[in-house]
Design a protein around this ligand. Structure first.
Ligand code: NAD
Length: 525
């Protein structure tokens, strides 16, 4: 095997590769040199510097695997790699401990005002009184997001004898408790935490999670720490809360705009800022290199790799006849997670009609799990690792088959049970191509799983459609289509609208305020 390492990688990973093949380390290659070198190679190892373009991939006749030491794969043309059957692997977990340690470092710095005290003494002052601090022991830490990094922060906070409250609506209570955290809702975290540390991905739901309204609910003595992503904290609202003394302080490693050189936050005394250093340690670099190289070796030696970013290793025969069902299965998962509330415990999927004749439907179940989990995870879920990620999160998945596909040729029947809710949803592929959701919680529908969708559960009485349409129209929301389903006359009806604009909290509240409306949910597919 010929392996090219074209970016600076920690030597421990490179040593590992030497056991698998002949390794050439050549950094800073010009485009033409790279095009020449990739011709014969079986594997390519990069960080973010080498641009693995379509042209590079086309030139690499024997290339089987590209390893990215780190997380983001923006520098690799995934589509071109996938089309050529080249596996792309990365190392998303390499920096978790490093980021968790930085979080603890910021927490201690806030508690003991280390940066200001350091600046003061170097400025020739001896201000012992000014820098009176607090202990972490017995303080309450609120962790928002209990994934790879959040769970490591909890472990370390326990060593400081802190009480930990965790908010992660997608994690089982058992798992959080096993880590020594008390699972609770966001309101409780905001109200009771002395330190609030954010470890969620930046999504539609988490953008501005810490803003004017949430800051209002915190203790006056509370500190906020963001080592996740800029944008999760609304910096304008944070500036106001810090300047008015609404909360005690904050520490940010990530910003809405990086570098934040124009930000008014730079002038405040009660904030600590670091230049996106969360993942910057020697060890994180080492792990990123070792994990990526191990994954490359796994692929070269035909072993399973857990950090596969694309999906070319699916055997064509496994996909035969099922390919068009993958977006349907993903759509059902994505719809279900947004519809349900509480922590997902069980996922039951039954394949019916024509689908039951396929021997292996695992790829569809995995696509469904991707749809279900991708909206809540930072990155890296794919058709291969989805079952592992689901299992690690305590989700039990059962797969079954049945004859009866109701009036459809094929049917996927999905049940998602959480600790608070059960969502049932059915979908079909019309004419072998068009994905449709045909039933949601017993209500018949005919809905393509695309775009922005508004679900309104309301009493079965005259005038409801008009009122909802009016409330939306008055707030500038254009309705693309509308359908109403009911299970029985006089019960609850489900109104499903496709809309062109984002439905924000203000619009949701307005629809919820209409007499007879029970529940309103906005979904983005
Ligand atoms: P992860 O995917 O392992 O965990 C994210 C967790 O957030 C999941 O458990 C998920 O269930 C939970 N979650 C999703 N939406 C939520 C919501 N609305 N409310 C509460 N919980 C929610 O991700 P990770 O690897 O632990 O990374 C966490 C964050 O750290 C990400 O934003 C990532 O980009 C960031 N990060 C920052 C640096 C840095 O240099 N500062 C380095 C690496 C990662």
């Amino acid at each position: 095997m010929k392996i090219l390492v074209s970016d600076p990688l920690h030597p421990s990973g490179v040593e590992l590769l030497k056991k698998v093949g002949e390794v050439e380390v050549a950094q800073g290659l010009q485009k033409e040199q790279l095009l020449e070198k990739v011709k014969e190679i079986d594997a390519l190892l990069v960080r973010s510097e080498t641009k693995v373009t379509k042209e590079v991939i086309a030139a690499a006749k024997n290339l089987k695997v590209i390893g990215r030491a780190g997380v983001g794969v923006d520098n690799i043309d995934l589509e071109a790699a996938t089309a050529r059957g080249i596996v792309v692997v990365n190392s998303p977990e390499a920096s978790s401990i490093t980021v968790a340690e930085h979080t603890l470092g910021l927490m201690l710095s806030l508690a003991r005002k280390v940066p200001s005290a350091n600046a003061s003494l170097k400025g020739g002052k001896w201000e012992k009184k000014k820098f009176m601090g607090i202990e972490l022991r017995s303080k309450t830490l609120g962790v928002v997001g209990m994934g790879r990094i959040g769970s490591q922060v909890v472990k370390r906070a326990k060593a400081f004898e802190m009480d930990v409250l965790a908010y992660d609506p997608y994690l089982s209570e058992k798992q959080a408790r096993a880590l020594g955290a008390k699972v609770t809702d966001l309101e409780t975290v905001l109200r009771e935490a002395d330190f609030i540390s954010l470890h969620v991905p930046l999504t539609d739901k988490t953008r501005g999670l810490i803003g004017k309204e949430t800051l209002e609910k915190m203790k006056k003595t509370a500190y906020v720490i963001n080592c996740a992503r800029g944008g999760i904290v609304d910096e304008k609202a944070l500036f106001e809360a810090l300047s008015s003394g609404r909360i005690a302080g904050a520490a940010l490693d990530v910003f809405e705009k990086e570098p934040p050189l124009e930000s008014p936050l730079l002038k405040l005394e009660n904030i600590i800022l670091t230049p996106h250093l969360g993942a910057s340690t020697v060890e994180a670099q080492l792990h990123a290199s070792v994990i990526a190289c191990e994954e490359v070796a796994n692929v070269l030696q035909n072993r399973a790799a857990k950090n596969v970013v694309n999906m070319p290793v699916l055997a064509p025969e496994a996909l035969e006849g099922l390919k068009n069902f993958i977006p349907l299965a993903g759509g059902l998962g994505r719809f279900a997670i947004q519809l349900s509330k509480g922590r997902v415990g069980d996922v039951d999927v039954t394949y019916a009609g024509g689908l039951k004749d396929f021997q292996d439907l695992g790829v569809l179940t995995n696509a469904l799990l991707c749809g279900l989990l991708a909206p809540i995870l930072t990155e890296g879920i794919n058709l291969f690792n989805a079952p592992i990620i689901a299992r690690n999160r305590g989700i039990r998945v059962t797969e079954g088959k049945r004859e009866d596909s109701e009036k459809y040729q094929n049917l996927i029947d999905l049940k998602v049970r959480t600790d608070a809710w059960e969502t049932t949803i059915k979908g079909t592929l019309l004419g072998g191509e068009e994905a449709r959701i045909v039933e949601v919680e017993g209500y018949p529908l005919d809905l393509p799983p695309r775009g922005r969708i508004l679900l309104v559960r309301h009493e079965d009485r005259p005038g409801m459609i008009g009122k909802v349409a009016m409330a939306l129209g008055e707030r500038g929301i254009n309705i693309g289509s509308m359908q109403v389903g009911r299970r029985e006359v006089g019960g609850l009806q489900l109104m499903v609208l496709t809309v062109d604009q984002e439905v924000d909290q203000r619009v949701l509240e307005a629809v919820k305020g209409i007499a007879g409306v029970e529940r309103v949910q906005a979904l983005v597919m």
